[in-house]
Design a protein around this ligand. Structure first.
Ligand code: ZN
Length: 252
């Protein structure tokens, strides 16, 4: 039995009793943690802070090896992302981020890159201009895929490692994990036709951060193309349709 202090984002939140919550946290240091927060449905005496979905907080956790749920003994909200909450478009992007992160995070398996990608994504959705929301979400997705070990090959043929010629038709294979050159189409008859510029854009977003990302404006066509390819890819990798993906299509 020990007290551990870490930083976390609330990914799921369930009412447990009149005063208590059960939360799924993505923590920086402990992987995903499922915890009970007693009294958290009442405002704290000082500061009036609540634990809420997507809130970023410092938490003190009591974990017992025998208990399925940890106990949150104290927390301090660091960021509750008011701008995200005030905009349907930002909130839908944040819910999608939440679902992706929840899908790949594991209890007691810290993933520093995954935590950093989630925080950077939320900060970008909070502080970036409305025009860069699509780029901010896609940049998060590229970092998320890299952190989870699922980043597809975006620049060369995943099969023969060849750089496609400039005017060559290319495909995207979810099963093989990335770009497919025209010579290798037969390797995966289920490939989707793809736009090379869109794949290069996604790859480039990996190295754009902060305010520079806020200045990125992607053509609607590129966003729609990447949404289509990534939605198919997620469905293949996670073997289910993501619940929140349809909200993004309504925004486009
Ligand atoms: Zn090839």
């Amino acid at each position: 039995m020990s007290l551990e202090k870490t930083e976390a984002v609330v990914l799921r939140l369930f009412e447990f009793s009149e005063t208590s919550l059960v939360v799924h946290l993505l923590t920086r240091d402990l992987g995903r943690v499922h915890a009970i927060a007693k009294g958290a449905r009442r405002a704290k005496p000082r500061g009036g802070e609540y634990l809420d979905l997507l809130v970023r907080a410092e938490v003190v956790l009591l974990r017992r090896s025998t208990a399925a749920l940890a106990t949150i003994t104290d927390f301090a909200v660091r960021e509750n992302y008011p701008t995200i909450r005030s905009s349907t478009q930002r909130l839908n992007a944040a819910y999608f981020l939440d679902e992706l992160v929840h899908e790949v995070s594991r209890e007691n398996e810290p993933n520093e890159l995954l935590y950093a990608a989630a925080i950077e994504g939320l900060e970008g959705l909070e502080h970036g201009p409305a025009e860069s929301i699509a780029a901010t979400l896609l940049a998060f997705e590229a970092r998320f895929l890299a952190a989870a070990g699922y980043l597809p090959e975006l620049r060369r043929c995943v099969r023969c490692r060849r750089d496609p010629a400039p005017a060559e038709r290319i495909g995207f294979s979810s099963r093989l994990g990335g770009l497919l050159c025209s010579r290798c189409f037969a390797e995966d008859p289920g490939f989707q036709a793809a736009d090379r510029g869109a794949l290069i854009t996604l790859s480039s977003l990996l190295s754009i951060h902060g305010e520079a990302l806020g200045r990125v404006r992607l053509p609607a066509r590129t966003v729609a193309e990447l949404r289509r390819l990534l939605d198919g890819y997620y469905e293949f990798v996670f073997e289910r349709r993501l619940r929140t993906a349809r909200f993004l299509r309504n925004d486009a």
